[in-house]
Design a protein around this ligand. Structure first.
Ligand SMILES: *Cc1c(COP(=O)(O)O)cnc(C)c1O
Length: 368
């Protein structure tokens, strides 16, 4: 049997005609930049996330960068985030000239440990970027409380969590802004790169919109330096089609997660994902913690099962951040997670046979 980590063809097949029609309409209009579909998608995402504004951008990375630029964060500033995330989270902070300040993770959820945030705050701290890793939101209430107390921006990195909730509230609707990615492998993915920023303050929404278009307002008059962070019309058109299916896809992932949980329940070596009672995850990834992780992965590869490590090296240990002066041992929970975890196939189109095959193969490995 073959079980790839992700099978986007299985998602595309049933919606192909609808997607291609939407793409064709963009070609017919030839409005590739700022076509009406961009505004329509923004309207729909604002409604979906229960936000006042949504501003389409060129990627999740550019969503983060554009938000940091709108907050005028740069040289001399510090931004608190987690070392256990995709590179872009801290990479964007660095690119503005500001310093990423890492705070270790909660070993159960893999999200930032809120109990450790305040110790990392200095006079230079301007923002916190909690990352809602693998589809489960970080503990937002204490984060917002700390942010209010110290007057900090909160940039939710919601790139892996569209549609997930915390105490009934939508991802990206709680912080100052929410940053989303439409990279093909996210729960809502386009045919290339894309992203969106959400905000509850329409004045900030307008600022972000100006920042997205070179800081120009009116056209060719620049009060601030922005960038070309636009979302292409073609991506907006595709995403409008796919957004209708997002909830059912995420529900499919949750069902698959429940199946894995029950099949792996008695395998004492495997720690299945822990989801807080007040959270609903969208399972962008289903990540297990295991002994002999690399050997298990080799065994599963041999069995035709795709797995991946998100992420094999914590950000404080990356060569490009050497100047921050960190060493191994600085963020032990993040380092342990990088050494002990692996993601299993979780996409909604998986069959029961495939899920059972993956679970059986894991059992076979530990019973050897
Ligand atoms: C995917 C991702 C990003 C970056 O999104 P792109 O659209 O690939 O630029 C940022 N942060 C996290 C946590 C992500 O998973």
């Amino acid at each position: 049997m073959n079980v790839p980590l992700l099978d986007l063809k299985a998602q595309f097949r049933p919606i192909k005609d609808e997607v291609m029609k939407a793409v064709e309409a963009v070609f017919e209009s030839q409005q590739f930049i700022n076509g009406p579909q961009v505004k329509e998608l923004e309207k729909q995402i604002a409604a979906y996330t229960t936000c006042k504004s949504a501003i389409g951008v060129s990627s999740g990375t550019d969503a983060l960068l554009c938000a940091l630029m709108a907050f005028d964060i740069g040289h001399g500033d510090e931004v608190i985030t987690t070392p256990f995330t995709f590179f872009a989270t801290a990479g964007c902070v660095w690119r503005t000239g500001a310093k990423p300040v890492f705070v270790d993770i909660d070993p159960k959820t893999y999200n930032i440990d809120v109990a450790k945030i305040e110790k990392a705050i200095t006079k230079k701290t301007k923002a916190i970027i909690p990352v809602h890793l693998f589809g489960q939101m970080a503990d937002m209430d204490p984060i917002m409380e700390i942010a209010r107390k110290h007057n900090l921006f909160v940039i939710e990195d919601a790139c892996q969590s569209i549609g997930s909730t915390y105490k009934g509230r939508q991802t990206g609707s709680i912080g100052t802004v929410g940053c989303f990615s439409f990279f093909p492998s996210k729960n809502l993915g386009t045919a290339g790169d894309g992203g969106i920023i959400t905000a509850q303050d329409p004045v900030l929404g307008e600022k972000l919109e100006i920042m997205r278009g070179h800081g120009s307002k009116p056209k060719y008059f620049h009060q601030v330096v922005g960038g070309n962070f636009r979302l292409d019309t073609i991506h907006a058109a595709i995403l409008i089609v796919k957004l209708k299916y997002l909830n059912s896809w995420s529900e499919g992932r949750r069902k698959n997660a429940a199946k894995y949980n029950s099949l792996l329940k008695d395998v004492k070596q495997v720690v299945t994902p822990f989801i807080e009672k007040h959270n609903i995850s969208i399972f962008n990834q289903y990540v297990i913690r295991v002994p002999k992780r690399d050997e298990l992965r080799k065994f599963l590869t041999h069995k035709g099962i795709g797995t991946e490590i998100y992420y094999p090296l914590s950000l404080h240990e990356q060569t490009c951040f050497k100047a921050l002066g960190h060493k191994r041992g600085d963020f032990p929970e993040s380092e342990k997670a990088a050494d002990e975890t692996a993601a299993l196939p979780i996409y909604p189109e998986l069959s029961d046979e495939q899920i059972k095959y993956v679970a059986d193969s894991i059992k076979e490995f530990y019973n050897k």
